[in-house]
Design a protein around this ligand. Structure first.
Ligand SMILES: Nc1nc2c(ncn2[C@@H]2O[C@H](COP(=O)(O)OP(=O)(O)O)[C@@H](O)[C@H]2O)c(=O)[nH]1
Ligand SMILES: Nc1ncnc2c1ncn2[C@@H]1O[C@H](COP(=O)(O)OP(=O)(O)O)[C@@H](O)[C@H]1O
Length: 221
């Protein structure tokens, strides 16, 4: 059996985690698992658990660790014989420790993006609320302005993507992410975006059949 590959991507809001990980997963044939997606699914299911999750997500607060692990770990257990890329999980040390009890990660990618770039990207980010599909008026605009490509439903902008909210979100991200990064650095599974840039460039040079990659741009600080 081919060796399995398990990776996670980390980065502050607006760093491009969702955008790049969907593309990496698609081109390397990995299962893509997004914590945000499963949380939105749980909210849409209108259960008691979903109602609780909603109170956190609506305020851009981290959902409690025990709720997150109960949501994510069973899904990972089902994919025990597959390769995957995780977006948005683990986000805290407690989540990373719970993950480690289930399986070892082969690679953790951290996107390291300058503040000014995050600000620009988030102010131009439009999302389709129900699916979490993300657009950017400059980088990957929708086919019809203000409308989701698949459903045609209206796109929205999140209040906390505004520049005034960004500094606090970033500070919070750094506080929570640092112990997680330290953990993965200590077991040598950690790569920063400059190395990721190198990997993607090599990939571009060797996988010319993957047309999306030629359009991808990664900024490094
Ligand atoms: N210019 C540019 N924009 C990007 C890039 N990657 C993502 N974006 C846009 O930046 C915004 C944030 O990306 P997203 O994937 O939602 O970031 P996340 O919050 O880390 O998951 C979105 O509007 C994306 O369309 C990139 O490499 N270059
Ligand atoms: N691993 C996690 N732990 C706690 N809360 C999470 C986690 N992943 C996602 N969330 C919650 O879901 C929201 C949306 O997540 P996501 O779609 O990954 O967007 P973003 O990258 O902008 O935070 C977050 O603001 C947070 O409230």
């Amino acid at each position: 059996m081919a060796k399995l590959f398990r990776a996670a991507i980390m980065g502050p809001p607006g760093s491009g985690k969702g955008t790049i990980s969907r593309r990496i997963a698609q081109s390397f044939g990995l299962q893509y698992l997004s914590s945000g997606h499963y949380l939105r699914e749980s909210i849409a299911a209108n259960t008691e658990a979903g109602a609780l999750v909603r109170t956190y997500v609506e305020r851009s607060m981290l959902v409690p660790d025990h709720v997150m692990t109960r949501l994510m770990l069973p899904r990972l257990e089902q994919l025990i014989d597959q390769s995957w890329l995780l977006d948005g999980f683990p986000r805290t040390l407690s989540q990373a420790n719970a993950m480690n009890d289930l399986c070892q990660m082969d690679m953790v990618i951290s996107l390291n993006i300058p503040f000014e770039t995050l600000k620009e990207r988030l102010s131009a980010r439009w999302v389709h609320q129900a699916s979490g599909r993300v657009y950017n008026m400059g980088f990957n605009p929708p086919r019809v302005q203000g409308k989701d490509d698949i459903t045609g439903e209206p796109l929205i902008q999140h209040d906390d993507d505004k520049p005034e909210a960004l500094m606090a979100r970033l500070r919070h991200y750094k506080d929570v992410a640092k112990p997680v990064m330290d953990l993965y650095k200590s077991v040598n599974t950690f790569i920063s975006s400059s190395i990721l840039h190198f990997i993607v460039v090599v990939f571009l040079q060797t996988a010319s059949e993957v047309s999306f990659s030629t359009k991808y741009e990664i900024r490094i600080n």
